[in-house]
Design a protein around this ligand. Structure first.
Ligand code: ATP
Ligand code: LTN
Length: 334
């Protein structure tokens, strides 16, 4: 990947099958960026350790998440795809970043506050220092852009702050990354509670569309999606969060504007609209599901891609890690 293209980097946690939200909000654009950037994508398994997951399940979900990335069109010939823990530089840089992070700034992170109130019995130190590990992920690769959703922008700001401070104290090492917000990215809300985001760790299966759901399941879930009693397809996220969410999904897949969608369903009930949304989602996800099923039969191929990804990731990131250690004054082994 020796060229002048800018570097894009992003990660996704192996906390379950990707949802339509992950797909429309993130992974679909990751695929589109492959042509114009050097893209590095990874499965953030170290980050997923901040929440308790059964070990057997974690192994399985990590394999599945890797296959899902490929099924969504991330091409290992074009992009670097790997599992975070396979490149040991992440854990090492994570500790360095821990020592460059202040208790006060980590305490202000909203994700820490949210997740610790959701899991009051497991407020571990990793959950607290999560942003430091994430800063290490980004800075190791000298990434130019980091495509993340709104929930992660605070962590990106934090990364820039830590990098600036490090460069100032020890000398220039890190490039300051910028957020990247693709035009076609959509924020998808829960089908049962359209005021909260669709999330793969949601325990109510009716609230989320998994990208592996079959057509029948997808149509059924959209049929039972929460709407309102006005019977008018109109975009108004405040007053009509349910219908607006369905419009966002429909628009993200068909490319139609909100006005066009309102005109298309004028005088028709929500039933027709929900069926149309369900059908276009099922159609868009079919190739992903088929590709995934194919890939899961090819375990050796997947393992080979993981091994190759880890090797390249190590090679790229080790340069920055060594430079960082030198600047800090860690004695390098000869
Ligand atoms: P979890 O439930 O484990 O917190 P998640 O579904 O929120 O997982 P992440 O792994 O945290 O997903 O995020 C992966 C990527 O998907 C991020 O870039 C995030 O911004 C994006 N994303 C997650 N949920 C949505 C959503 N509902 N709409 C749009 N983008 C989303
Ligand atoms: N925290 C992110 C996953 C993640 C990430 C990263 C994203 C871990 N390291 C580095 C971008 C860059 C999430 O939960 N979506």
């Amino acid at each position: 990947m020796e060229n002048n293209k800018k570097i894009i980097l992003s990660g996704i946690q192996p906390t379950g099958v990707f949802t339509l939200g992950n797909y429309l909000g993130a992974v679909r654009s990751w695929k589109q960026m492959q042509e114009d950037y050097n893209c590095y994508y990874f499965i953030a398994d170290l980050h997923s350790m901040t929440i308790h997951i059964d070990p057997q399940k974690r192994r399985q979900q990590t394999r599945e998440a890797f296959a899902l990335l490929l099924a969504c069109g991330i091409d290992p010939e074009k992009s670097l795809v790997f599992v975070q823990s396979h490149n040991k530089c992440h854990a090492e840089m994570g500790w360095i970043m821990d020592c460059c992070s202040q208790f006060g700034e980590l305490s202000r992170m909203t994700q820490f506050k949210d997740k610790s109130s959701k899991h009051p019995d497991n407020i571990n130190a990793g959950l607290f220092t999560y942003p430091a590990l994430m800063a290490g992920d980004i800075l190791l690769y000298q990434a130019d852009y980091v495509p993340v959703g709104a929930d992660q922008t605070q962590h990106l700001e934090f990364t820039r702050d830590v990098a600036t401070r490090f460069n100032h104290t020890y000398g220039e090492v890190f490039k300051l990354p910028e957020g990247y917000f693709p035009k076609a990215g959509a924020r998808v809300m829960s089908l049962q509670d359209p005021t909260s985001k669709m999330s793969k760790s949601d325990t109510n299966p009716k609230a989320t569309i998994s990208i592996l759901d079959d057509e029948k399941t997808i149509l059924k879930k959209f049929k039972s999606a929460v709407t309102d009693s006005e019977a008018c397809v109109r975009f108004d996220p405040e007053a009509k969060p349910g219908v607006s969410n369905l419009m966002t999904i429909y628009s993200a897949i068909t490319g139609k504007t909100m006005e066009e969608i309102t005109a298309e369903f004028a005088g028709r009930g929500y039933g027709d609209f929900k069926t149309a949304v369900g059908e276009c989602v099922a159609e868009a996800l079919r190739p992903v599901r088929e590709k995934y099923e194919e890939l899961m039969q090819e375990r050796t191929y997947l393992e080979e891609q993981m091994r190759r990804g880890a090797e390249i990731a190590d090679k790229i990131s080790r340069r920055t890690l060594t430079k960082t250690k030198k600047k800090i004054g860690l004695l390098l082994e000869k």
